[in-house]
Write a protein that binds this ligand. Structure first.
Ligand SMILES: Cc1ncc(COP(=O)(O)O)c(C=O)c1O
Length: 410
């Protein structure tokens, strides 16, 4: 391993292709906005900024309910969601779609909650990978489990909207319908850390009680801020919940947010970045801005998938109905180490791809199509992957670069 000073002083020409599924490439507009001088977070300008941000972020979550902004990574917002609505020993039903669903479950257990895992059973015969990590949330399994819980001991259902470890975007409205069909009072908690501002997400219309998200994916910001969007039902639950909460407690923050301020020092320069991101995404007409954002990511994802299909490699997501618009997971042939391919692509072509996490480590890599991207940056990523696959002696059925060029130029 070279010394840190050597690594930090290495300046390859051109710029690095950061094609991991977040942190995503940050637009120059946002970087410039963040470079403005830090202001007094208790002064008059901050209140104006704070109120504007809180209104804008509600539009991103498609909610009229409060959205709490934390100076923390997504993991903090996961903890905040649970700490606010749960009491020690509360029973959670957590659906395992992949590594992040699993990590959230681990966090819940560490908080002293009883986290029951539910997942699609079985193993995919072609790849040997768990079916649950190749598909979305099966709402019927949740419905059946809730119906069996006649004593209503399950306090909350937790699901990941866009599973970043696999590239699957689950149907959250179907989960809501399943809870309603079971006539179960459980809260619905959803992680859309990597889905927000890429894939359609409707906190209010889908009846979500707490939505967890972060800055470093669709919002195109660096890591460091995260969110809880909170329903009235969740606010009520938080009044009775007894897990210890201080920094994460919604009540004080929401109270001070009425005038645009925070009970602690907020992440001022990242908030400048958020201000710029909201301008970029929402524009003058929030509805149109969001629709264009979702369509852009769907198109990028389809272009990238056309390349993967042309190579003849399977995508990690096995169900076309839930392909992620944010990232595409690519399964490598049995015996070919996906991380070795990533290493070649990084060292030879200065392009970072997402590693396989947890149960799919070494079996797949992830191509991000979010953030400050365009058709050509994606074609460059696809070219880097194609060259890396060839250098790794992976037999390809055809040219993914050609397929993507055909798709993007159609
Ligand atoms: C779906 C999902 N949930 C949770 C997290 C954890 O967030 P963080 O790494 O910002 O703490 C991530 C991070 O990539 C994620 O993609």
């Amino acid at each position: 391993m070279p010394a840190l000073s050597t690594i930090l002083n290495a300046h390859p020409t051109g710029h690095h292709f950061l094609q991991i599924p977040g942190p995503s490439p940050v637009p120059d507009r946002i970087l410039r906005a963040m470079s403005l001088p830090t202001i007094d977070h208790r002064g008059p300008e901050f209140g104006v900024l704070g109120l504007k941000l809180l209104k804008g972020i509600q539009q991103i979550f498609q909610t009229k309910e409060p959205v709490v902004i934390y100076p923390a990574s997504g993991t903090g917002a996961w903890e905040a969601a649970l700490a606010n609505v749960c009491s020690p020993g509360d029973h959670l039903l957590m659906y395992e779609t992949g590594h992040f669903a699993w990590l959230w479950q681990r966090l819940a257990t560490r908080l002293g909650l009883k986290a029951e895992i539910i997942a699609k059973e079985g193993t995919c015969p072609q790849t040997g990978l768990p079916n649950s990590w190749r598909n979305g949330v099966q709402a019927d399994l949740i419905e059946a489990r809730l119906k069996a819980d006649t004593s209503h001991s399950i306090h909350a259902v937790c699901v990941v909207h866009n599973e970043t470890s696999t590239g699957v975007t689950s149907d959250i409205a179907a989960v809501r319908r399943a809870i309603d069909a079971a006539k179960h009072p459980a809260l619905l908690l959803v992680d859309t850390i990597s889905g927000l501002a890429c894939a359609d997400y409707q906190h209010d219309a889908w009846g979500v009680d707490v939505t967890v998200s972060g800055s470093q994916k669709g919002l195109m910001l660096p890591p460091g801020i995260s969110f809880n969007a909170v329903s009235q039902k969740a606010l009520e639950a938080s009044k009775k919940a007894t897990l210890p909460k201080a920094f994460w407690a919604w009540d004080e923050i929401i109270e001070m947010n009425k005038t645009g301020y925070y009970p602690y020092t907020p992440n001022t320069n990242l908030l400048y970045g958020l201000h710029e991101a909201l301008n970029m995404i929402l524009g003058k007409d929030a509805k149109a801005g969001l629709a264009a954002t979702f369509a852009r990511h769907q198109r990028w994802a389809a272009g990238v998938r056309s390349a993967v299909n042309a190579w003849g490699l399977p995508t990690q997501c096995a169900d076309a109905a839930v392909y992620s618009p944010v990232l595409t997971g690519v399964i490598t042939p049995v015996g070919v180490d996906a991380d070795a391919i990533r290493k070649i692509i990084y060292e030879r072509f200065d392009c970072s791809l997402g590693t396989g996490l947890g149960k799919v480590k070494g079996r797949m890599f992830r191509m991000g199509h979010l953030g400050d991207s365009n058709d050509l940056t994606l074609i460059a990523m696809i070219a880097a992957v194609e060259m890396g696959l060839k250098l790794s002696n992976v037999k390809l059925a055809g040219s993914g670069v050609q397929a993507a060029m055909d798709y993007f130029s159609a």
